[in-house]
Design a protein around this ligand. Structure first.
Ligand code: NAP
Length: 331
């Protein structure tokens, strides 16, 4: 089979012939029809991620058709159209992942290949209203945004939500999930065009975080926020406590723009704010996210589709962050 192989930091995406995986107990072979990139794949490709090993096949997001199963008990999966949960071996505590937790696509071979082997417990029926590219876009970013909003942020209909940096893959999903849940969603972005795209997807309004007075403008527009989803942090975070309503939940799972700046601690405790970290999600959250997608017939935002045989352009676009929504590779 063909796969994109991470040979070294200098040769991060070589499309070449590799051995097709052989199955063990509990496993299925999925013929990948589409896969999607995450920021994680980019960090690994440039050597900036813990536990990198060469050679590896990256890719956490994928959708395809079950071609083989090992166990007779799994035969009902044969020929099924599936999407793959990349959040593996979560562990016994729903509150946090255990020590064996791993994300598909390093250390185990991922979805940037014609075939992947994966335990059947991580297979889910592909939402019928989505094509391969749309289905493949969901798993990692969709799951992270789902847990951040609902489990950690305890979002409910009518809440006011701020999504910082809506152009992030996770940002677009957080927007779509929150709109479906009946929240009033505001966004920030470094691009006016992306704010406009967010409005078309149901955001009430947005501001450009590069403007001097972005926080004041946002406060004027929205009043205050009950939930803030921030995967950028950096200098801009200093303004977040002031934008929060009393009792607000601020959820973070990334720090694209850097670590915490100084911020007003007194405002933080006086308003009884909660700062919550999150990463990926449980099997139950993955299933609940797909239920939301199916019930609301949500269609993920695809920025561009590339051929798996020529992945360099997709990685370059991820590096430049010029996309809105997901970058997808098709076989
Ligand atoms: N812990 C986890 O489980 C988990 C899962 C997924 C992602 N992550 C992390 O979460 C972050 C987002 O990941 P991703 O793949 O969704 O998206 P991404 O492509 O890494 O997101 C980049 C986006 O961050 C926004 N941004 C950059 N600088 C900013 C600033 N100064 N202020 C506000 N926003 C800024 C930009 O939004 P605009 O384009 O709108 O300006 C940009 O498009 C990354 O750090 C990633 O490593 C963690």
């Amino acid at each position: 089979m063909k796969a994109i192989v991470l040979e070294s930091a200098e040769r991060p995406y070589v499309y070449q012939e590799v051995d097709k995986p052989t199955l063990g107990p509990g496993e299925a072979l999925v013929q990948i029809r589409a896969a999607a990139l995450n920021r994680r794949d980019y960090w690994i490709s440039i050597g900036k991620y813990a536990g990198i090993k060469y050679p590896s096949i990256l890719g956490s997001d994928g959708a395809g058709i079950v071609a083989e199963v090992y166990d007779d008990a799994d035969k009902h999966w044969l020929g099924q159209e599936v999407i793959i949960n990349p959040s593996h071996d979560w562990g016994e505590h729903p509150e946090y992942q255990g020590k064996d937790f791993k994300i598909l696509g390093l250390p185990e071979h991922g979805t940037f290949a014609e075939f992947i082997k994966v335990k059947t417990e991580y297979l889910h029926a592909k939402p019928a209203h989505l094509n391969w590219e749309q289905a493949a876009a969901i798993p990692l970013a969709g799951l992270t945004a789902y847990r951040a909003l609902f489990t950690k942020g305890r979002l409910k209909a009518g809440d006011k939500v701020l999504i910082v940096g809506v152009g992030a893959g996770t940002g677009a999903f957080a927007l779509q999930w929150a709109v479906a849940a009946g929240a009033k969603v505001f966004v920030t972005s470094g691009s006016g065009e992306k704010i406009e795209r967010a409005r078309q997807l149901g955001a009430a309004a947005g501001v450009n975080y590069k403007a001097q007075d972005w926080a004041e403008e946002l406060k004027h527009m929205a009043g205050g926020f009950d939930v803030v989803i921030d995967s950028a942090i950096g200098e801009g975070f200093a303004k977040i406590p002031d934008l929060c309503n009393p009792g607000a939940r601020i959820v973070l799972f990334g720090a694209t723009a850097g670590d915490f700046p100084g911020f007003n601690a007194r405002m933080f405790f006086w308003k009884q704010l909660q700062l919550l970290g999150t990463t990926m999600g449980t099997k139950e959250e993955f299933a609940a996210m797909l239920k939301l997608v199916n019930e609301h017939q949500i269609v993920p935002v695809i920025d561009e589709v590339f051929s798996m045989a020529d992945p360099a352009k997709a990685f370059e676009k991820m590096r430049d962050s010029s996309q809105f929504g997901k970058l997808v590779l098709t076989t």
